[in-house]
Design a protein around this ligand. Structure first.
Ligand SMILES: Nc1nc2c(ncn2[C@@H]2O[C@H](COP(=O)(O)OP(=O)(O)OP(=O)(O)O)[C@@H](O)[C@H]2O)c(=O)[nH]1
Length: 204
């Protein structure tokens, strides 16, 4: 209950984006603080992990759904969109098609998700500077066009991974507990004030 400092119901959050952009690795980095390097093992269907985060003295339980990016699993994952309160939509900064497909992902989201779902765009693998093919400005521009917050992340170094989930948790907590006289939480402002720029110098 609220008195005990726990938001009463878990918040379903979904990770979306093309296969191999790093959804599973971002989740494992957030959940376990480790990087899943080595061989790529594609997610089959859908999987989930819970993590409780503290937001302003309140515990928020994120129920994080890791979806398969491969086309053949789409019909499975579509069924979960409706319950999601937030969506983290990923592309890989070293993979141009994964960025070009973001518009198609947003079309699917508008078709299957709740109208007021929180969406965040993440350009993952920011540690791979030498292989970059999508400029940070291009990610920023696309996010602005759709009115969604944006940051570059790295599951390898950990850069901005916590921040992405924390910003979502704060937004969902405010939505669930907002008092009429309280100032509204502004997710864009929060992220801009907290985010690390990508690449070499992130704190990891
Ligand atoms: N250098 C680097 N490699 C990454 C990063 N994130 C993921 N990878 C690698 O990219 C590959 C794909 O990562 P996954 O997390 O399995 O990709 P996914 O999006 O879950 O893929 P599907 O399950 O098919 O949808 C793996 O080989 C990871 O080790 C990152 O931030 N930096």
């Amino acid at each position: 209950s609220l008195q005990m400092g726990l938001l009463p119901s878990p918040c379903p959050v979904m990770l979306l984006g093309d296969s191999a952009v790093g959804k599973t690795c971002v989740l494992v980095r957030f959940k376990d603080g480790a990087f899943l390097g080595g061989n790529f093992i594609a997610t089959v269907g859908i999987d989930f992990r819970n993590k409780v985060v503290d937001v302003d003295n309140l515990k928020v339980k994120l129920q994080i759904w890791d979806t398969a990016g491969q086309e053949r699993f789409r019909s499975v994952t579509h069924a979960y969109y409706r319950d999601a309160q937030a969506l983290l939509l990923l592309y890989d900064i070293t993979n141009k098609p994964s960025f070009d497909n973001i518009r198609a992902w947003l079309t699917e989201i508008h078709e299957y998700a709740q109208r007021d779902v929180v969406i965040m765009l993440l350009g993952n693998k920011s540690d791979m500077a030498a292989e970059r093919v999508v400029k940070m400005e291009d990610g920023e521009k696309l996010a602005k066009e759709y009115g969604v917050p944006f940051m570059e992340t790295s599951a390898k170094t950990g850069g901005n991974v916590e921040l992405a989930f924390l910003a979502i948790a704060k937004e969902l907590k405010h939505r669930a507990t907002q008092q009429p006289n309280e100032p509204k939480f502004k997710i864009h402002d929060y992220i801009e004030s907290q985010k690390q720029k990508s690449g070499c110098c992130s704190l990891g």
